[in-house]
Design a protein around this ligand. Structure first.
Ligand code: 6R9
Length: 646
């Protein structure tokens, strides 16, 4: 049997209790829009929608036009109203070992208090709120309070630099910033508000849109904590003092729920806009179907950070709209030691565990003895997201973590798609290690060549989505042209969404996603564009030009490798130069964008039209024989590059 013909069938026990069976595909295929309408009715609408989809202004979709709902009410109040207020929503686990359990009734009070406090600070429906916080319950409370008010949140990963935060605040013209005094980083408290102060600037350089900063006390440790009178307020003094009574208003189905900035192929990150009714419909439905979630029984754990779309969709809106009980873990997997995740699984009886391949490969490196030391028998389903999972890691995950009993759902989706698009259904699909298998019910994709023709099975092509879907992005914030250009121009004639990933169907019809076909790298599941890192490198005074590529990396999927040319006249560089440049990128973008390796080279390989040949740099970085160099201006530059490489 060839490797790719080995399949893993769901066990009869799993099949017998699964939320959905194979008939779901036929039902969705028979009438896609009727099926999505049925999924939308899993939510509470204050005003029923009059149509399912208005695609008359494509590629700008209106899902469930005429409908009005409040997203926060769907995630919180309706569970309390249904008598489930005592159910735990969040088992929060802090990095230093503190913890809090928060019920749906408590969550409702907190969200209402925050909504009242933000209203007092001048936040109104349609305003933008920036959230720059570690994984504390207040981050989720803030997101839901924004949703309740119809304010559009923009969560900025707390690992991003102040410069990155500022550009996102300015682009969205955020009125309010919510942050914490500090955050725990591998066991140590580190300041965080100071980055907000730096981002917001002072005097002529001050961020004009921001009126207030609300600060949650988390570490209570920053000795030089700065306070701007009139602008800064403590969470405890505002939210803490507010009333828990708040009347929620319903908003149009296409009301913007959030912005999330993501790397594109050009330097400037784009603000992906998501709406309310369509986003929540697919988010809520996929959570139920993909994770086979059972209300009141399962304990779900998604290991993403709320700074990424996976955190938005499968920590906040998916689980909470389904009344789930979930883990919210603040820290890293090896603080205080490598047993942390497994202790949490044991302690809380986690049943559904959704992580990134890079973490699975890290667990593999740490060795099997670590999970083996724990009782992981509560687990009944495993999930993977963020990048292709290699078959070896898939098998290890199934065996060492899942005890060979848990189905694995490898879920492909993107910030832009809002929620899961391609995945096995755990009680239906016979899975292959490494394959995302099939589009979800109601989702239609193709794998095509440059001309838009379906490629034969076995061959690689571009992944496109050929029908609109409910949780699709509504646009790029403030830039309709960029929305059209980036996603809809490649196959404009056909009207298909270009995902930027390569994929293939194998001989059995299983779908494999193969990774990006553009200049976007994937480091530990984080999307980083080559040009973004290049732009950061050339802001260093000694650097004239830079080329960046993602080289394959055993643990992180890809590692960032940079090649830089020094400015004219710079004849010597300090020993610390490589480290200086890495730190420079960390400050300009984020530590996650730090190159693994920086090579100072005399020249970069360019085509006659002046394009940097990244493909060849990749060959060098991955230690391969050089591919075709015939289009290069000067093929000898490689001898120089190789000899200088550290
Ligand atoms: C959800 C998320 C999106 C990009 C996407 C693709 C890669 C995500 C994947 C996967 C293969 C999977 N990706 N899941 N590739 N198999 N199961 O990660 O969103 O941060 O926007 O990244 O991640 O390349 O295009 P986002």
């Amino acid at each position: 049997m060839t490797e790719s013909s080995v399949v893993y069938l769901p066990s009869p026990e799993f099949v017998a209790q699964a939320n959905v069976g194979p008939e779901i595909y036929g039902r969705a295929d028979a009438d896609r829009l009727a099926w999505w309408a049925e999924q939308a009715r899993r939510l509470d609408w204050e005003t029923e929608f009059t149509d399912v989809l208005d695609w008359s202004n494509a590629p700008f979709a209106k899902w469930f036009p005429g409908g009005k709902l409040n997203v926060a009410v769907n995630c919180v109040d309706r569970h309390v109203d249904a008598g489930k207020g005592d159910r735990i929503a969040l088992h929060w686990v802090g990095e230093p070992g503190d913890s809090r359990d928060i019920t749906y009734a408590q969550l409702k009070d907190e969200v209402c208090k925050a909504a009242n406090a933000f209203t007092n600070l001048g936040v109104r429906a349609g305003d933008r709120v920036a959230i720059y916080m570690p994984m504390v319950p207040e981050a989720i409370i803030t997101m839901l309070a924004c949703a309740r008010l119809g304010a559009t949140h923009s969560v900025v990963f707390a690992g991003f630099s102040s410069a990155a935060l500022r550009s996102r605040i300015d682009d969205a013209e955020a009125k309010l910033v919510v942050t914490t005094d500090g955050q725990y980083r591998r066991g140590e408290p580190a300041p965080l508000k100071s980055a907000v102060d730096e981002a917001l600037g002072t005097g002529a350089d001050a961020a004009a849109s921001v009126a207030h900063v609300v600060v949650v006390k988390r570490t209570n440790h920053d000795p030089s904590l700065n306070w701007v009178a009139g602008r800064d307020v403590w969470w405890d003094d505002t939210v803490g003092e507010a009333s828990p009574e708040h009347e929620a208003e319903a908003f149009d189905s296409d009301h913007p729920l959030f912005l999330l900035y993501t790397s594109g192929t050009t330097g400037k990150p784009k603000g992906i806009v998501h709406g309310s009714g369509g986003y929540l419909t697919q988010t809520s439905s996929t959570f139920h179907n993909v994770f086979d979630h059972k209300e009141g029984r399962d304990v779900f754990w998604c290991g993403a950070d709320i700074g990424w779309v996976t955190g938005h969709t499968y920590i906040v809106y998916g689980p909470l709209s389904n009344g789930a009980t979930e883990i919210l873990y603040e820290g890293t997997p090896n603080t205080p030691n490598e047993h942390r995740h497994f202790q949490i699984i044991e302690k809380y009886g986690v049943t559904l565990y959704y992580m990134a391949p890079t973490l699975i490969r890290t667990f593999m490196k740490w060795g099997r003895a670590i999970p083996d030391a724990h009782d992981l028998s509560s687990l009944r389903l495993l999930g993977s997201v963020g990048e292709p999972i290699n078959p070896e890691a898939w098998r290890w995950y199934r065996d060492a973590i899942g005890g060979n009993r848990c189905p694995i759902v490898d879920t492909w989706w993107q910030t832009e798609t809002g929620s899961c698009m391609i995945s096995p259904l755990p009680g239906v699909t016979a899975t292959k290690p490494g394959a995302a298998m099939a589009p979800m019910p109601g989702i239609s994709v193709r794998i095509v060549d440059d001309n838009g023709h379906d490629v034969p099975r076995g061959e690689q092509g571009y992944l496109v989505v050929d029908e609109p879907w409910p949780s699709m992005l509504m646009g790029v914030w403030g830039d309709d042209d960029r929305y059209r250009d980036t996603y809809w121009s490649r196959f404009a004639e056909q009207g298909w969404y270009f995902a930027g990933d390569g994929a293939r169907y194998d001989e059995d019809g299983a779908l494999w996603v193969l990774g990006r076909v553009d200049d976007v790298m994937n480091v530990s599941g984080h999307r980083i564009s080559t040009s973004e890192v290049e732009s950061a490198l050339v802001t260093h005074p000694d650097v004239a030009e830079a080329a960046v590529i993602g080289a394959s990396d055993e643990t992180t999927g890809q590692g960032i490798v940079a090649f830089v040319i020094l400015r004219e006249g710079i004849t010597s560089i300090p020993d610390s130069f490589e480290q200086d440049l890495r730190n420079h990128v960390a400050v300009e973008i984020s530590p996650i964008a730090k190159p693994r390796e920086v090579n100072v080279v005399p020249e970069l390989p360019k085509t006659r039209s002046g394009k940097i040949m990244r493909r060849l740099l990749k060959d060098v970085a991955e230690g391969r024989e050089l591919g075709d160099t015939s289009t290069l201006v000067d093929p000898t530059v490689f001898e120089n590059i190789r000899s200088r490489r550290r």
